[in-house]
Structures are given as C-alpha cells and as structure tokens.
Write a protein that binds this ligand. Structure first.
Ligand code: PLP
Length: 391
C-alpha cells in the first residue's frame, strides 16, 4: 500500500488557526477590550425568509407519501436549473439546462473538476490566491506556474504570451484582493486560452457584489468563452448559503478538447461520484430567484456593500493604498511601510483591537498587504474605521 505522497508536499495552513490563537490570547489578557473582527470570509446575515419558507415547505413534502423525493438527478432538479437559466439571461448569457450542474458548493466542484483533466497539464495559478486552487493541484502532483498579481497590475494579472498553460484559474471579483477584471481584460484571457487550447476555470462566487456597469458577472459574457471556459458559482456569498450548501458549475457544450465534449466527462464524473444536493436545499436555492428572494438577498448584499464603502472611504481618507471593496466584499490594503503583514496584524489587534487577515497567508505576493472584509456588523465596521482614524 502506498499513500499519495503529493499530500506531503502541501504546506500546513496555519493562517486562520494562528489568527484565532493570537486573538484568543489577546482577549484573555485584555478582557475589557472590545475586539472587532473584520477578518472573516463567512457571511453574518441569516438566510432570507423566502429560502427558509421554501425549505420548510420542502421538508413537509418529504414527510408525505405523495410528495416524497428520494434520489434526485445527480446534476440537479430542473426547477433550479431553469431559475439559474433565467438569472443568466439578465446578463445576456444563454445556457442550456444540461450545461448547469448543481452541487453542494463551489469549493467541492473546484477541487473535483480536476478529475476530468490529465495530470500532466500545466496549471496557471494567480498569487495571491484562494488556497483551494493551489492545494488541489498539489494533491494531484501537477506542474504549477504562478502568475504574479501585484500593485503594478492592480492585482489583476494578464496573460504572458511566453507562458504556455493548459489550465488557468481566475477569480473575479477576487478573493482575497477584491479586484475585478474588466470586459476587455477577460477578452484578452479568452483570446489567450483559445490560442493555447487552454481551459479557463472561472470562479464567479462573488459576482453578486458587482455594482459597476459593464463589469462581467460571468465569463460567458465574453465572446468565445463557451469554447474555452468552465464557470463555478455559489449561493454561499450571494444568499448566505455557507452553512446550507449549494452551488453550481457551468460546462458549455461547445467546450471540446481532443475531440471530447468536456460536459460529457463532467456528467460522467458527477453521476458516478456524486448523488446530488438535497431536494430541500435545492428548493431553498430556487427561492433565491423569486421576486421576494431577490429583494431579500439584495438587501443583504447592499448591507455588506455599505460596510465595504465605509472601509474604502476610510482608506482614502488615510491615504492608504487599496484595491477592491467597490465590487467586492473584500478590501485589500497595503500595510504600513516597513511592516510585514503579520506585524500589521499584531499592530491592529493590540493598538486598535481590530482583526483582519494577513495577506501573506494567501501567497508570497500577499506579503505587505492585508485583507479586510465587509461581512461584519455595520456599527462595528464603522467603529473599527473610527479607531483607525484616531491617533
Ligand atoms: N471560491 C472562492 C473564491 C471563495 O472565496 C469561496 C469561499 O470562501 C468559495 C469558492 C467556496 O464557496 P462554497 O461555499 O460554495 O464552497
């Protein structure tokens, strides 16, 4: 018996456990201090009532002989796929029902999608990055090439014609930086992917936070993307489903490599290894797209967006360089000259009693930067910013 030794090449992730340890130690020593947490990437507003009611009804149905649902289709129920199709139509993207695969969240699909790609592909991954892209490729022993996201490119790396990649990870709006690709920039990426026969794995988990007109919410708004991209999306940040679990992946029928339609491979993968998302949860997700559901989730997004604005306005006032926050719940700030991300963490915790996330935890290029999130309480976010402004 041999283990998968690639797992031994993974770096232990101490980021959030170290943050928790440091905060706990400080809080125990200083019980009178009010610590404000702007480090979390989880939502804090509960599920919208439209989803809750839909799931209550679906639970009742599960207890009746007439409306009981056993195993459902592995790719998801038609009612939810139809709702997603209508949603995409709003940004002029037409999807076939068979191109949409419902899952228990974007994280699983982002990891599982690698099943359909050969291990000898060259993988292009941004740095800093949402760690799942990196670790899932290390687990498979793939060749990884990094693309640098930095202040010069606004944390939006563009294709390097001298690099030949097969799989390209993109996340827009980005976690951790909050940066968002423009239509023109995505057009360049699609052109690069088509030229190199590469496949873009596009993570749109934060699309609901886009407020500015003209910024793509889906890679499929770009001409040619149906021949070179797979999109991952989630109800987690859009509708507070982080603990309820539902997402979806779009694999267009036109996406073919080596004469094979990738949609068919993913279908085979999912029907073999996955038994679908619970009927109750899919009814809850469907309700997100009703008129009431849309209004209710919009209110939550607006709440977070206001927090983001409070943070970005403060950064402007203090003359601190940042990116994100406008079309994203994340604000990526530059730390004080001469400090590392962790030194800035300690300074904020001890001097201002504010908790954020050190950028270095997301990769080498995150050193010297810091992530603040807009998922906190509005009053606490305002208070934190007042503390930053005070001497
Ligand atoms: N993609 C990005 C960029 C994320 O930040 C997250 C969660 O934080 C996910 C995907 C995972 O989302 P889900 O809850 O749908 O698994």
């Amino acid at each position: 018996m041999k283990i998968n030794k690639n797992y031994l090449a993974l770096e232990d992730s101490y980021l959030f456990s170290t943050i928790a340890k440091k905060v706990k130690a400080y809080a125990e020593k200083n019980p009178d201090k009010k610590i404000i947490r702007l480090g979390i990437g989880d939502v804090t507003i509960p599920l919208c009532s439209a989803s809750v009611e839909a799931m209550k009804k679906a639970s009742e149905e599960q207890g009746t002989k007439a409306n009981f649902h056993g195993y459902g289709p592995e790719q998801g129920y038609e009612f939810l796929k139809t709702a997603i199709q209508s949603y995409y139509k709003e940004f002029a993207v037409s999807l076939e029902a068979d191109e949409i695969f419902i899952s228990d969240g974007a994280k699983s699909d982002l990891g599982n999608i690698l099943d359909i790609f050969s291990r000898d592909n060259v993988v292009l991954i941004p740095n800093p990055v949402y760690p799942v892209y990196l670790d899932t490729n290390i687990m498979d022993g793939r060749t990884i090439v990094y693309m640098d996201a930095n202040e010069e490119n606004g944390f939006l790396p563009m294709p390097d014609p001298t690099v030949k990649a097969d799989l390209i990870y993109m996340c827009s709006p980005n976690n951790p930086t909050g940066a968002v690709y423009s239509k023109e920039q995505l057009e360049e990426w699609v052109a690069y992917a088509l030229k190199n026969d590469a496949v873009i794995l596009f993570d749109a988990a934060y699309e609901a936070f886009i407020t500015e007109n003209g910024l793509p919410r889906s890679i499929f708004e770009i001409e040619g993307a149906r021949q070179c991209a797979i999109e991952f999306c989630s109800f987690s940040k859009t509708a507070g489903f982080t603990g309820t679990r539902c997402g979806y992946t779009v694999v267009p029928m036109e996406l073919k490599r080596e004469g094979t339609v990738l949609n068919k491979l993913w279908l085979r993968r999912q029907t073999t290894k996955f038994n679908g998302v619970s009927y109750i949860v899919q009814r809850g997700a469907e309700a997100v797209f009703t008129k009431e559901g849309r209004e209710q989730i919009k209110a939550a997004t607006v709440y977070y967006q206001k927090n983001a604005k409070v943070i970005t306005e403060t950064m402007k006032e203090l003359g601190i360089w940042f990116v994100g926050g406008v079309n994203s719940p994340y604000v990526w700030i530059k730390v004080q000259e001469g400090m590392t991300s962790w030194e800035y963490f300690d300074y904020l915790l001890e001097e201002k009693n504010i908790v954020g996330t050190p950028g270095s935890g997301f990769g080498r290029n995150g050193e010297g930067y810091f992530r603040l999130t807009a998922f906190g309480d509005a009053d606490a976010t305002k208070e934190a910013m007042e503390r930053l402004k005070s001497k």
